[in-house]
Design a protein around this ligand. Structure first.
Ligand SMILES: [Zn+2]
Ligand SMILES: [Zn+2]
Length: 265
């Protein structure tokens, strides 16, 4: 069976790195704690299989994290590696267990490591597409058990989720701003009901168009609302109807957005 070191050497040769690089395990490695000249690479979302050393319970996690620190010296280089462990959820006093990886997973992790070495120390331009997804070859069910994950306890496991969370916040803010503008437009209309009902309708269409998801979810019912007769032509409470309809569309869009977002995760 090939060791990590053997596969690492193969990957270096494949990617034409001729200098000698050594891969060492170091369980004391800390994320973001780098001495000068050292670089860091964190491989997230690797698929690992665990077995409890006490009760033999087996589990699989798609969120195994591997931390690499690397440094180049003239003619050679060194890599320190830490694989983060997880605990059994069935045992009252569990030990942290190391994962096992498939050969394909190790090959992909080390491919990514060599790509980062080329980027950091050999000035090779690297695209994000050069990094391989560390394949999830079997379905993994259930949420990540943060309480039993060593990397989570050290606060480095969930950092990959910050970017999507930020996107969610931005999307939420955009929707909120659109909604605010919409209600402001309603307020304006109460002041100019008789002078300019038609331009207000146009504004509303633009606001909804600005957000694709809102438009997709609401284009049908919304179009009906744009065809409403001028508010000045009857006593029917069109403003109230449009307002309630817009509110419902907004809530529906938010629900669908969050459902899609969380199922995708
Ligand atoms: Zn156990
Ligand atoms: Zn974790």
């Amino acid at each position: 069976m090939m060791s990590w070191q053997d596969i690492f050497k193969e990957k270096l040769a494949e990617m034409h790195v001729t200098e000698q690089w050594t891969l060492q395990e170091d369980d004391t490695l800390k994320a973001k704690a780098l001495s000068p000249h050292w670089k860091e690479f964190v491989q997230r979302r690797a698929l690992g299989r665990f077995q409890c050393s006490q009760c033999c319970h087996k589990w699989t996690s798609a969120k195994v994290l591997i931390l690499f620190h690397m440094r180049q010296c003239p003619g050679w280089g060194i890599i320190q590696m830490r694989v983060f462990r997880q605990e059994c959820r069935r045992c009252p006093n569990p030990q942290l267990e190391y994962p096992e990886f498939s050969l394909e997973t190790v090959e992909r992790i080390l491919h990514n490591l060599v790509v980062k070495i080329l980027q950091y120390f050999y000035n090779k331009p690297v695209q994000s597409s050069d990094l391989l997804e560390v394949v999830v070859d079997i379905p993994v069910t259930g949420p990540h058990d943060s309480a039993r994950c060593e990397a989570c306890r050290l606060g480095i496991c969930n950092k990959s989720r910050q970017a999507p969370a930020l996107d969610t916040w931005k999307a939420w803010k955009a929707l909120r701003d659109a909604w605010k503008a919409l209600t402001d437009a309603d307020k304006d209309r109460t002041q100019h009901t008789k002078s300019s009902p038609a331009p207000e309708c146009v504004d509303r269409e633009c606001l909804l168009d600005a957000d694709g998801s809102l438009k997709r979810q609401g284009s049908g019912p919304h179009r009906a609302s744009t065809h409403c007769p001028s508010p000045c032509s009857s006593n029917f409470p069109w403003k109230r109807c449009c307002c309630i309809g817009s509110s419902l569309l907004f809530v529906l869009a938010m629900i669908i957005f969050f459902v899609v977002y969380f199922t995708r995760m």
